[in-house]
Design a binder for this molecule. Structure first.
Ligand SMILES: Cc1ncc(COP(=O)(O)O)c(C=O)c1O
Length: 385
């Protein structure tokens, strides 16, 4: 059969009959102990392999179905493993490829807890982190030294949405034998095929768009053959796994990812364009807008934009607080990717670069409400500045 389109893959992937037994969404298989018929059968099940019941930590059909589906969405990938949160997935991926004495090149726009992991735990274990400009592109080659082991990307970047030249960075890293990792949570594999772009370890906080309903914590790492074994061995000794209920919720969310993301995109672009026309707004940071510096790369590499972006206010921090507090349809809360709109003050943590966006940043997650209602809410909020 010819390769299926991503929309079809979203519906079909992971639904192997031996796992679903005909049930459309695979059932929740909860297990710690799994009984063997004999000592010989127990021995034969080692080492544990995906698809063979062994022990709860090594998965049940609910977990395997989700892993299978996420792998199918990244052409060129060999396997996926689950973690209890997106942050745990970042840690699981990095710990599988780094060791004492190594240097990690980390994008300056990485998610805050990813930076903290580098600056605390990895540092404690003798791994040095060097932060780099998200717009570095092929220039990454000049930062690669004797001890550099891996390059970590996040595109677009947290809070400020710079688009990285992922294929160029991966090519430069590969030429020097480095491992490449990306946090692909914003785009999901539906809008950015990270493994095809050259990434070895692609990380998702399934907590966001894969779940899509703001009711689960889950992470995933999808790996190429070259790093799959290291990822799995590290996951196993660290005891990382996810609950089958979370995997089941994520599978349920995954099936509607395409229609949800299209609406997030449409609403997000509409709200962003409206904000661009407001005098209270200094700048809108959204790679899907024609005037955004990352637009050309986004258009080349991505097949869509999601609902998360920021804007800079032509006002001070106190005004930003007044605006956020005044909004009614945008809830104030951490995370994003659920069906509902959210807002937070965004204060990027940077050390390698210090861009000036013209005012304090507000990050919006544009949900599935009617865009005109969201615009009316923002208009009322901006009128209070
Ligand atoms: C880009 C990005 N990566 C990873 C995470 C972490 O995911 P989790 O909250 O599931 O730990 C987040 C959470 O906000 C995020 O925004």
């Amino acid at each position: 059969m010819t390769r299926r389109r991503p929309e079809t893959e979203l519906v079909e992937a992971g639904r192997r009959p031996e796992w679903t037994r005909g049930i459309v969404n695979p059932a929740v298989w909860r297990a710690s102990t799994i009984l063997f018929d004999s000592v010989a059968a127990m021995k034969a099940a080692n080492p544990p392999t995906e698809g063979v019941l062994h022990y709860g930590r090594n998965g049940t059909p609910t977990i395997w179905a989700l892993c299978d589906a996420l792998t199918a969405l990244e052409p060129g990938a060999a396997m996926t493993r689950l973690y209890p949160s997106g942050s745990a997935a970042v840690a699981g991926a990095l710990l599988s490829v780094l060791e004492t004495g190594d240097e990690l090149l980390m994008v300056d726009t990485a998610y805050g807890p990813t930076r903290s992991l580098c600056d605390t735990v990895l540092k404690r274990f003798g791994v040095a982190t060097r932060y780099y400009d998200p717009l570095i592109g092929v220039g990454i080659a000049e930062l690669i030294g004797e001890k550099t082991k891996a390059v970590f990307m996040e595109s677009p970047g947290t809070h400020t949405f710079e688009v990285q030249d992922v294929p160029a960075i991966c090519a430069a890293a590969k030429a020097r034998g480095l491992v490449t990792l990306i946090d692909n949570t914003w785009a999901t594999p539906l809008f950015f095929k990270s493994v095809a772009a050259g990434v070895d370890l692609s990380i998702l906080a399934c907590t966001k768009y894969i779940g899509g309903h703001a009711d689960l914590m889950l992470g995933a790492v999808t790996a190429t053959e070259a790093v799959a074994d290291r990822l799995e061995r590290t996951r196993r000794v660290l005891g990382q796994t996810a609950g089958p209920d979370e995997a089941w919720l994520a599978l349920r969310g995954l099936r509607t990812l395409d229609v949800r993301l299209r609406r997030h995109e449409e609403n997000g672009v509409k709200v962003a364009r409206w904000l661009e026309g407001r005098s209270e707004v200094a700048r809108v940071l959204h790679p899907g807008l024609e005037g955004d510096p990352g637009h050309a790369l986004w258009k080349r590499d991505f097949s869509g934009a999601t609902g998360l972006f920021s804007f800079a206010l032509n006002a001070d921090e106190a005004a930003r607080t007044r605006l956020i507090d005044a909004l009614e349809l945008f809830g104030i809360g951490y995370s994003w990717g659920g069906y509902e709109s959210l807002v937070v003050p965004a204060d990027p943590a940077r050390t390698a670069t210090r861009p000036d966006f013209g005012g304090p940043l507000v990050r919006l997650h544009v949900g599935l409400e009617h865009a005109d209602d969201l615009i009316a809410d923002l208009e009322a909020g901006l009128s209070r500045l």
